[in-house]
Structures are given as C-alpha cells and as structure tokens.
Design a protein around this ligand. Structure first.
Ligand SMILES: *[C@@H]1O[C@H](CO)[C@@H](O)[C@H](O)[C@H]1NC(C)=O
Ligand SMILES: *[C@@H]1O[C@H](CO)[C@@H](O)[C@H](O)[C@H]1NC(C)=O
Ligand SMILES: *[C@@H]1O[C@H](CO)[C@@H](O)[C@H](O)[C@H]1NC(C)=O
Length: 331
C-alpha cells in the first residue's frame, strides 16, 4: 500500500515537473519539424516553379538558415515573381499538427506576405483562414536576413501537406527559407520505449511492441525473461513509473489527470500564498499596534523584528494591552 502511494506520488511529482517545465518552455506543439535539421528530406520539398539563373534555386534549399554561396542559391526562389499559382510545398509524409512557421529571405530577396493552404491527401486543399472566415494573409519578411515567426491564432492545424502561396515580395523576386513548427506523437521523442515501433494516428499514437513480451501503452512494461505474463500483483519499478509518467505526460494527459495535477500543485501553492499573505498582514498589524498604543505612538519604538511570527500565530493579535503592560514591566 505504502509502495503504491509512493508510486502515485512519484507519478504526480514527475507529471508536475514535466508540466511545469512544459509551461516554462512553452512547448505547445511548437517544435521545429525538421526543415533546418534535415529530418524533412529534399524529396519532401517541391515548388512551382524555381529560378534557374544565376543559380538553380531548388525548393529543397528552402530550409531555415541555409547558406548561399557561389554554387548554391541557399533558398527557394520563384522562376518569375509575376507567374500565377506559385507555391512552395512541404510533404511530411504523415499527418502532423502544425502550429506555425518561420520564414527568411535570401540574397537580397524576400517574401513580404503569403497565404497558406494545407491538405491531408494532396488533393483537397483548405485555405488557412482567420477567425472571421476570411483568407489569412501572413506577414512575411522585410529583409533577406531576419526571421519572422507566425503562430496560428486558432491553434494547430492537422495536415500532411503545407503549401506557402507567396503574395508580395521585396528585392525583385520571392525568396524563401522556411521552418515549420508543430508536433507529432512519433517524432524525435517518441513516446514508445525503444525498440517499440511508434505509429502516428491522427490524434493519438500506437506503440507496436517488439518483442511481444513488452507491454503497456508505451511498451514500458518489460516481462521479457520473467517467464510470466502480467498479473495484477505486478509492481513496476520506480524507474518504470518515472519513465511511464514522463512519457504519458509528454504525450498528453486526460483532462481529469490535468485537473488532478492542478489541484495538487496549483492549489497548495495558492494555499501557501494565502497563508503568507495572512501572516504578513498579521505581522504588519502587530507592527502597527506595537508602534501605537491606544492610538498614540510609542516612544522609543519597540524592537519589532525580535518577535517571531510563530508566536504571533499562536497568540493571535498581540493586544495593545500586552504591549503597554510589557513596557510597564520593563520600566
Ligand atoms: C542547405 O540545404 C541543402 C539542401 O538540403 C543542404 O544540402 C545543405 O546542407 C544546407 N546548408 C545549410 C548551411 O544548412
Ligand atoms: C512583373 O510585373 C511588373 C509590373 O507588371 C513589372 O514591372 C516587372 O518587371 C515584372 N517582373 C518580372 C520578373 O517579369
Ligand atoms: C493534434 O491535433 C489533434 C486535433 O486538434 C489533437 O487532438 C491532438 O492532441 C494533437 N496531437 C499532438 C501530438 O499534439
């Protein structure tokens, strides 16, 4: 029983720490999705259409912080800024949650504004819209070096394909380097414990445990070599609990679990704040009462700092009477 309680405390503590860390870091599904890192492969980037002189400005160069040189344009540049139907496309190969994007220009050129369409299947496209259902026009860059980050006001969109439709440009043509921000269940920090295989579902994930004797949502329970399959008496180790907590926190808690964590972390903090406020007020009142007895200032001032707060709590307000009496005793 005590073990169990310990485990649960451990779980809650881990969750709290993770949630606090999450809120500090602000990881609301805003991780770079791999354009800069190269996790998104060259073949996943495409465009209509590219500049071919002075250099080929391939779509796959449209990666945040890519560098230009004599041999490479280091960005996607449109074939002709006046051509209609221009786009730069990213295919994530899997459905992703996308929450924003970062853009840069290159070589004196930049994309000053753009629209965004997205799709699950590459056939039917949705235009990203403002709250009032008008097509959103994103502010892009104002020079060829700065990075402009745009988050989607209405939270992440779920899509496999993202297309940037450039609208206005500076420096003679559209140039674009890009990072997409978002999240997926099975990205770099997969919730499944290796060597389980993680599969992204639209709003969940599934771990295919290998070998089969690993079990649990994240394949966190290791029965391999024990010769026994899970029984209700099975007590996972603290490390397992921590890992499971970390993984399940990271992969999203049930609303009631969040509520519990709020109750167990925010509420004690709030209670502490209330108690502190209360104590401070009492202490201030005490100070006030000790410096004035029956409304008249006491002279010389008694040394208030020497009163410790615990006495004050026990005895409630120190009565003006007490003060004057103790002063009388001293005299
Ligand atoms: C620019 O992008 C190309 C194409 O993906 C890549 O090979 C190259 O390493 C990138 N350069 C930098 C500086 O990121
Ligand atoms: C695009 O059109 C504008 C105005 O019609 C023109 O001034 C500009 O030279 C054209 N740009 C290109 C690259 O053809
Ligand atoms: C992706 O979006 C869906 C729908 O908004 C949401 O239910 C799910 O939790 C999101 N997934 C991640 C990994 O944030």
């Amino acid at each position: 029983m005590i073990m169990k309680v310990q485990h649960e405390c451990l779980f809650l503590l881990t969750c709290c720490m993770i949630l606090m860390f999450d809120s500090i870091v602000g990881d609301e599904c805003r991780r770079p999705m791999g354009l800069q890192s190269g996790a998104v492969r060259d073949a996943q980037l495409s465009a209509r259409c590219i500049a071919t002189s002075p250099l080929y400005a391939w779509a796959f160069q449209a990666r945040l912080n890519n560098a230009s040189s004599e041999a490479t344009s280091g960005a996607w540049v449109a074939c002709d800024a006046n051509r209609t139907g221009l786009f730069l496309q990213v295919d994530f190969l899997k459905v992703r949650n996308v929450s924003g994007l970062m853009t840069q220009g290159q070589n004196g050129m930049y994309t000053a504004s753009y629209q965004l369409v997205y799709s699950m299947d590459g056939q039917r496209w949705s235009m990203y819209q403002d709250e009032d259902a008008t097509t959103k026009v994103f502010d892009g860059n104002t020079d060829d070096v700065g990075t402009v980050t745009q988050y989607f006001d209405q939270g992440p969109i779920t899509a496999r394909y993202i297309r940037i439709l450039p609208l206005t440009y500076g420096g003679g043509n559209f140039a674009l380097r890009l990072e997409i921000l978002g999240c997926a269940w099975c990205d770099a920090d997969s919730p499944c414990i290796a060597p389980a295989v993680c599969e992204d579902l639209v709003d969940d994930y599934e771990c295919h445990c290998t070998p089969d004797c690993m079990q649990g949502k994240n394949c966190q329970l290791d029965y391999c070599g024990t010769g026994t399959m899970p029984s209700s008496e099975y007590q996972p180790s603290s490390t397992e609990i921590m890992t499971t907590a970390a993984k399940s926190c990271a992969s999203g808690l049930q609303p009631w679990e969040r509520a519990l964590i709020v109750i167990f972390t925010i509420c004690p903090l709030a209670a502490l704040a209330v108690v502190l406020t209360f104590l401070t007020q009492r202490y201030l009142r005490l100070q006030y009462q000790m410096t004035t007895v029956y409304g008249r200032p006491v002279s010389p001032q008694p040394s208030i700092i020497s009163y410790d707060v615990s006495k004050v709590i026990k005895s409630g307000y120190l009565q003006s009477y007490d003060v004057s009496r103790s002063r009388a005793n001293q005299a």
